[in-house]
Design a protein around this ligand. Structure first.
Ligand code: NAP
Length: 461
C-alpha cells in the first residue's frame, strides 16, 4: 500500500471537470441514499463494507470493496456507520492518515457521550482530518428528493481545506452548507436533530393550559349555570359557541404575551439604569419564543374568524331569528332599529376585521422568506409599531364586544364575569404600561440606556 500517494490525492485541488472518487464506509440506509445522490452529481462512489457482496439495494454504478481497498481509492471518506462501531477504524489508522473523514452520525439522546461523535472519531484516527456534516439530513429525504425542509447542512471541522471539500460535495448534491466553525461545534450540531420543537414547548403548553381553564370556565357559566337556574339545555354550546369564545380569548392573551416581556425588560433596564446586566433566565427564554407565541395566537385568531363566519348557518341561530320574527308578526309589531346597537355591532366587527388583517400581516412578515427581504428597521416597524396597533385594535374589538353590558353586574354568573373580560386583563396591562413608557421622562433615559449609557458605570476610568 502506498500511503503517501493516496494522501497526496487527499488535498490536491481538482483542476479538471471530473469529480474525485468519494468513499463511503457502510452500505446501510444513509450510505446508500447519499451514494445515489453523489453518483447523480457525477462523483464516482466506492463503498467500504464488511462484505464485498453487492445487492440490488446498492447503487449499481458503485463499487463495493473492503474498507482498506475503498479508503485507498479516495481522499474523502464518509463514515455512514453508527458511533458504537467506530472501533473498527483504529486498525485502519495508517490507511486513513491524511484523509478527510466525514462524520455524519447522530445519537439517541442529547449529550449522550462526554465528547461529540466527531471528536471521538478524531481521537480514534488522529492523522485524519475530521469534518462533521450531513447529520441533519435524513436518508429518506435524500432518496425521495423532498429536501425542502432540511436543505441546510451544518458543517464544522478544524481543517479549512477539508471543510471546503466537504462543502463542495454538499453543494453538488443540491444542499446548502452552513459553516459552523471548528469541531467544537460538533456536539451542538449532533444535538439539533434530537430537539423536539424547543421554541414551541412553552407556547403550546401555555395554550393547552389556557384552553383547559377557559373551557371549564365557559362550561360552568354558559352551560351548567343556565341548566341549573334557567332549566335550559345548552350543552350543544360545547361544539361551536364555547370554542368560539376560547379562540379569541387565546388569540388576544397570547398576542399580549408577545409584547409583555418587552415592557418588563424596559422596566428592568430603567430600574437598573443599565442594559449590561443579564435579564433573568425566564425572561430571556420568554423573549426567545415570542415569534412562536405570536404564531399560535394567529392560529387561534384564524379559527375565531372561521367559527364566526359559520354563525348564520347554525341551527340555534336560525331558530332564534325565526322565533323573534314570528313573535313580532304575532304581536303585529316590529322592533325599531336601535342605532346605538347598530353602531356598537358594526364598530365591533370593523375593529375585528382590521385587527385580523394586521395580525395576518404580522404572521406573514415573520416568515423567514419575507423577513429576510426587509431590513432591520422595516422588520422592527412591522413587528413593533404594527404589532402594537394590532393589539390595540383587537383589545378595542373585545371591549366593544361587551357593549353596554361591559362590567354590568347582570353579566356575572356565580360571581364569575364573562370570559372575554378576563381576556382583557393582560392586554390592558401591556397597553397601559407601554403608554406610560412613551412619556419623555421615561422614554429618554430608556433610549440612552439602550444606546449604552449607565447610571452607575461598573468600569469607570
Ligand atoms: P444502518 O442502516 O444501520 O447502516 C449502518 C452500516 O454500518 C451497516 O449497513 C453496515 O454496513 C455498517 N456496520 C454495521 N455494524 C458494523 C460494525 N460492527 N463494523 C463496521 N461496520 C458496521 O445505519 P444508517 O441509518 O445508514 O446510519 C448510518 C449513520 O448515519 C449513523 O451514524 C446515523 O446516525 C447517521 N445518520 C443516519 C440518518 C438516516 O436517516 N438513516 C440520518 C442522519 C445521520 P456494511 O454491512 O456495509 O459493513
Amino acid at each position: 500500500m502506498n500511503k503517501n500517494s493516496s494522501n497526496m490525492m487527499a488535498l490536491a485541488p481538482n483542476t479538471s471537470n471530473k469529480r474525485e472518487t468519494v468513499c463511503i464506509f457502510g452500505t446501510g440506509d444513509f450510505g446508500r441514499a447519499l451514494g445515489y445522490k453523489m453518483l447523480q452529481a457525477g462523483y464516482p462512489v466506492v463503498y467500504g463494507s464488511r462484505s464485498r457482496q453487492t445487492s440490488s439495494l446498492i447503487p449499481k454504478d458503485a463499487e463495493v470493496l473492503s474498507h482498506t481497498e475503498a479508503a485507498q481509492k479516495a481522499a474523502i471518506i464518509i463514515i455512514a456507520i453508527q458511533r458504537q462501531h467506530y472501533n473498527f477504524l483504529t486498525p485502519l489508522a495508517e490507511v486513513l492518515h491524511g484523509k478527510v473523514l466525514v462524520d455524519i452520525s447522530n445519537n439517541l439522546k442529547l449529550n449522550q457521550y462526554p465528547e461529540s461523535n466527531a471528536e471521538y472519531l478524531a481521537q480514534l484516527v488522529p492523522g485524519a482530518k475530521v469534518v462533521k456534516a450531513f447529520n441533519t439530513v435524513s436518508a429518506w429525504a435524500l432518496q425521495s428528493g423532498t429536501l425542502d425542509a432540511s436543505r441546510q447542512v451544518f458543517v464544522c471541522g478544524d481543517d479549512m481545506e477539508a471543510k471546503q471539500m466537504v462543502m463542495d460535495i454538499v453543494r453538488a448534491v443540491g444542499l446548502t452548507p452552513l459553516d459552523q466553525g471548528s469541531l467544537l461545534a460538533a456536539q451542538e450540531i449532533e444535538n439539533y436533530p434530537l430537539q423536539l420543537f424547543p421554541m414551541w414547548k412553552f407556547p403550546i403548553l401555555l395554550s393547552l393550559g389556557l384552553v383547559t381553564f377557559f373551557f371549564f370556565y365557559c362550561l360552568t357559566r354558559d352551560v351548567i349555570y343556565t341548566y341549573i337556574y334557567e332549566k335550559k339545555n345548552f350543552s350543544f354550546f360545547i361544539a361551536i359557541s364555547i370554542p368560539n369564545r376560547i379562540c379569541p380569548i387565546l388569540a388576544l392573551t397570547l398576542l399580549s404575551l408577545v409584547y409583555l416581556p418587552g415592557v418588563l425588560a424596559a422596566i428592568i433596564q430603567l430600574y437598573r439604569g443599565t442594559k449590561y446586566r443579564r435579564f433573568p433566565d425566564w425572561l430571556d427564554k420568554w423573549m426567545l419564543c415570542r415569534k412562536q407565541l405570536g404564531l399560535v395566537a394567529l392560529a387561534f385568531a384564524f379559527l375565531h374568524a372561521v367559527y364566526t363566519l359559520i354563525i348564520p348557518i347554525r341551527s340555534f341561530v336560525r331558530w332564534r331569528i325565526s322565533s323573534q320574527t314570528i313573535s313580532q308578526a304575532l304581536n303585529n309589531k316590529t322592533e325599531p332599529l336601535d342605532i346605538t346597537n347598530a353602531w356598537i355591532s358594526d364598530s365591533y366587527l370593523a375593529l375585528g376585521i382590521l385587527g385580523f388583517f394586521l395580525f395576518v400581516l404580522l404572521g406573514i412578515t415573520s416568515l423567514p422568506s419575507v423577513s429576510n427581504s426587509v431590513n432591520w428597521r422595516e422588520f422592527r416597524f412591522v413587528q413593533s409599531k404594527l404589532g402594537y396597533l394590532t393589539l390595540i385594535l383587537c383589545t378595542a374589538h373585545t371591549l366593544v364586544y361587551g357593549g353596554k353590558w361591559f362590567l354590568s353586574p347582570s353579566s356575572y354568573r356565580w360571581y364569575l364575569p364573562s370570559a372575554y373580560m378576563l381576556s382583557l386583563i393582560v392586554p390592558c396591562i401591556v397597553l397601559v404600561v407601554k403608554f406610560v413608557l412613551i412619556f419623555p421622562c421615561l422614554d429618554k433615559p430608556l433610549t440612552r440606556i439602550r444606546q449604552g449609557w449607565e447610571r452607575n458605570p461598573q468600569y469607570s476610568e
